[in-house]
Design a protein around this ligand. Sequence first.
Ligand SMILES: Nc1ncnc2c1ncn2[C@@H]1O[C@H](COP(=O)(O)OP(=O)(O)OP(=O)(O)O)[C@@H](O)[C@H]1O
Ligand SMILES: N[C@@H](CCO)C(=O)O
Length: 360
Amino acid sequence: MSRQFTIRVPATSANIGPGFDVVGLSLSLYLTLTVTVPLSPPPSTYQPPRLTYTGEGADEVPLDPYKNLTTRVALYLLRCHDIPSFPSHLHIHTANEIPFGRGLGSSGAAVIAGVLLGNTLARLNLPTERLLDFALMVERHPDNVTAALVGGFVGSYLKELDDEATQAASVPLAEVLPEYPPDAGEDWGRNPPVPPRGIGHFVRFGWEESIKAVAIIPRFELSTAKAREVLPEVYSRKDLASATSVFNLQRLAVLTTALARSPPDPDLIYEAMKDRVHQPYRKTLIPGLPEVTNNITPATHPGLLGICLSGAGPTILALATGGFEAIAEDARKIFREKGVEIDWKVLEVVGGSAVIEQAS
Ligand SMILES: Nc1ncnc2c1ncn2[C@@H]1O[C@H](COP(=O)(O)OP(=O)(O)OP(=O)(O)O)[C@@H](O)[C@H]1O
Ligand SMILES: N[C@@H](CCO)C(=O)O
């Protein structure tokens, strides 16, 4: 006899141009975990989870449960609730459609899957806001994880915490997700830091359902860490006064409502999806980025609404109501001139994560 449940987490695109670290959109590519928990495992010795995996990232993802991001996050949640280890003889099969390191929120999805895995295994029934606290202890910008958890077009901020809570939320990642010893047994030493309550806050914006997302996905990986390293450590006073921050704030304020309007207005949205905070710096890592975003416009490509870098890149996200193939194939030509090959998909904006218990 066994208990079986499935966890399904969508891909996400963060930023949508001006909303750096603020907005995210959940998209119809999924990370799916099928979890089997034996109800009466052999009594003899403890057996750690057995991981199997198919799909995107299969050639690089660790199958050791003490090294894999999803299971390490699940163990973090369990240990914060005084549960020292996974149930014995657990089997977790992952089927993944979200490419790694492309700006489609693969790590955010893996973190949310881990939080939901811990929550469901231990039947903790934590509310969404508390699940988000745990996710934010691992992935410290809220845009991807919030959209992956709650779904849709979402804006989020991190609450200003008091000194004690700020310290608790800023512990090094190595303490949240320690390197477990290779001969991991029952005794892990002291428990990891429990997240303060109410770190992340969010709101779901409206979304006009005729708008689809064309993901133009270069065939190379770019880690978020590397794409954050190229951002300036300090923005100048001139940048903050006008050129950068006001430019982005003006556009973001318009964008959050413009994407809910029917029919969507391409002139308004194309301009509102421009950015000066992160994309100009990331072009050094993504050959063809400015050429694609400047040359594919509503005037040249009817149906296009706006175009931006997806998350930390290298994927380009085009929001459109039609003309998908022309948008993607013209982007392909521009990228090819720079020596970059791409794949593309038309994605829907979807709901958030789901956990489905199978009747046993
Ligand atoms: N399903 C998964 N299982 C385990 N680890 C994963 C999984 N998906 C992603 N990861 C880890 O996350 C890394 C990619 O994270 P990274 O933040 O660099 O990019 P991304 O999340 O795909 O893009 P972005 O944050 O810009 O949307 C992978 O190299 C891998 O280490
Ligand atoms: N807001 C993040 C998203 C990537 O995880 C960034 O652009 O770096």
